[in-house]
Design a protein. Structure first.
Length: 122
């Protein structure tokens, strides 16, 4: 069974993303809404408890670039950014942090499905 960590501060966006992940057959989803909360989960990320991490970039307690770097440093868990920022605004920074993908808000089901199919083998 696949397990996803979602870092998203907007409750509506988190609910929509969770519903889409459920529709894709992913039942185990842990949602956190701050970088501080996400960083407390790094030991669980390091133990490869999650199959993928999806992280918003702009959060109440800062930008998630350092968190993304921390996830990439832990192991090979795929991490993608999830943001309303355009690729041109942040892709160079994301790539330098080890994150090679960006899901754009508003998120389409097809984009999420394609991403998940590429990183999670059911």
């Amino acid at each position: 069974m696949s397990k996803v960590l979602v870092l998203e501060d907007n409750l509506l966006n988190a609910k929509v993303l969770t519903a889409m992940l459920h529709k894709l057959g992913i039942c185990e989803i842990l949602h956190v809404d701050t970088i501080a909360s996400a960083k407390r989960l790094l030991p669980r990320v390091a133990s490869e408890e999650f199959d993928v991490v999806i992280s918003d970039l702009m959060l109440p307690d800062g930008l998630a670039f350092d968190f993304i770097s921390d996830v990439v440093a832990c192991n090979s868990t795929p991490v993608t950014a999830y943001s309303a920022l355009s690729e041109s605004d942040c892709m160079a920074e994301l790539k330098s942090r080890g994150c090679s993908s960006l899901l754009s808000k508003p998120l389409s089901f097809n984009a999420l499905q394609a991403y998940i199919a590429g990183v999670i083998i059911h």
